[in-house]
Write a protein that binds this ligand. Structure first.
Ligand code: NDP
Ligand code: GDR
Length: 383
């Protein structure tokens, strides 16, 4: 018999990759999905099986991290070998608008899982992975950040995740639970939510070169992030739960890059050189030059003829609406512990990640004709 895993947040970026990975390993995966007025299962539709099939390896349950009884009932029914607690209100900027909800879902939500496992007498059976975050380091006290670096959270999201981190450690120490924190640095992919910075950029690049959008407005261009590929990071989650002893691990690439440089990289993927000039809210990115052969091959001859006319024009602007009340300026992780103890090594570097995301969004935007206006407006109001 294969193992049974329960994934909260199965409809999210990481939940989708992890579900696929575990199913391939022979697991039966149970996923918790919130009720929504639309399906919202795009990321896992390829894994979906009709409930009438006799041997399913993906089973969905309606649930919510804010509902203790529901969480306890599902864990009691499923009796999983492993729980991956990935569900969260995961957008840092939005957490300033919804701080109480964020504390409830991201902080107390984790307690609900731990307490359910304890009350249901599953402590010896069930291992728990908690999705902790590099946002815990916030106003960084050390560069690079590792497991022993003190935390200094800078958003309601990070403060909620700080509670989740420590309650996980506490239940491990108090009750001998196999409960571990993965302190994951930013990880992205073609499945990344559209309002996180990398995906906002790769979508915008695709739309701009296809002539669907003139310009993209960004927030703080100078912050620095250590970005990896979600496909590599979900493997670390799995490895953490396969260890005999539970423990906490930093998962990162060890390379940090500014938002500005990521924008340049993304445009470069389609042969466009963007140069930045000006400062603060007046900073702009302009089209400096085009590698015509590359652009024509990837985007199209027709689009090249149009885009050449835009050399010298602005494609990136700054809108202070996207600034955060308190910012995390720089993140760079030291994942030596995970690399030595878990034998974890990422396959993707930032260039390969960026290439994957731009290629995906280019294909998508070539199809997504209906997004012509709506997609652009949504991006500008809700990031
Ligand atoms: P996503 O935002 O893509 O996915 C979050 C998931 O949580 C979605 O399935 C969402 O459901 C679900 N969810 C949100 N609120 C609730 C709730 N109240 N009850 C039940 N489910 C809920 O996040 P990622 O996949 O990127 O991240 C996974 C986890 O890892 C999160 O906890 C995040 O905070 C953390 N993390 C992420 C990092 C990253 O760089 N991606 C880095 C470090 C930590 P719905 O689809 O309905 O919105
Ligand atoms: P982050 O990711 O806050 O690090 O949290 P995000 O991609 O939202 O921001 C990264 C940095 O980019 C700057 N930025 C912008 N961000 C967004 N979203 N939109 C913009 O227009 C923009 N312009 C500049 C931000 O200010 C920030 O400095 C992510 C989430 O996945 C968390 O759940 C996770 O815990 C951490 O990564 C690790």
């Amino acid at each position: 018999m294969g193992k049974v895993a329960l994934i909260t947040g199965v409809t999210g970026q990481d939940g989708a990759y992890l579900a696929e990975y575990l199913i391939k390993k022979g697991y039966t995966v149970h996923g918790i999905k919130r009720r929504s007025s639309l399906f919202n299962t795009d990321r896992i539709d390829h894994l979906y099986q009709d409930p009438h099939e006799s041997h399913r390896n993906l089973i969905l349950h309606y649930g919510d991290m804010t509902d203790s009884m529901n969480i306890t009932r599902i864990i009691g029914d499923v009796k999983p070998d492993e729980i991956y607690n990935l569900a969260a209100m995961s957008h840092v900027k939005v957490s300033f608008d919804t701080p109480e909800y964020t504390a409830n879902a991201d902080g107390i939500g984790t307690l609900r899982i731990l307490e359910a496992v304890r009350l249901l007498d599953l402590v010896k059976k069930t291992r728990i992975y908690q999705a902790s975050t590099s946002e815990l380091y916030g106003l960084v006290q050390e560069i690079p950040q590792k497991e022993t670096t003190p935390f200094y959270p800078r958003s309601p999201y990070a403060v909620a995740k700080l509670y989740a981190y420590w309650i996980t450690v506490n239940y491990r120490e108090a009750y001998g639970m196999h409960a571990s924190n993965g302190i994951l640095f930013n990880h992205e992919s073609p499945l990344r939510g559209e309002t996180f910075v990398t995906r906002k950029v790769t979508r915008a690049v695709a739309r701009i070169v296809l002539g669907l959008q003139k310009e993209v407005f960004m927030g703080n261009l100078s912050s620095q992030r250590d970005w990896g590929h979600a496909k590599d990071y979900i493997k670390a989650m799995y490895l953490i739960l396969q260890q005999e002893e539970s423990d906490d691990y930093v998962i990162s690439t060890g390379v940090t890059t500014t938002i500005r440089d990521f924008i340049k990289m993304a445009f470069n993927e389609v042969g466009v050189e963007v140069a930045f000039k000006g400062e603060g809210v007046d900073e702009v990115g302009i089209i400096a030059s085009i590698d015509e052969a590359k652009f024509a091959k990837l985007v199209g001859e027709e689009q090249l003829a149009m885009f050449k006319k835009r050399i010298g024009e602005v494609v990136v602007g700054v809108d202070p609406a996207y600034f955060r009340p308190t910012e995390v300026d720089i993140l760079i992780g030291d994942s030596t512990k995970a690399r030595t103890k878990l034998n974890w090594t990422p396959e993707y570097d930032l260039k390969a990640l960026c290439q994957d995301m731009v290629a995906n969004d280019l294909n998508l935007m070539k199809k997504e004709e209906y997004l012509k206006d709506g997609g652009y407006r949504i991006l500008n109001y809700f990031e």
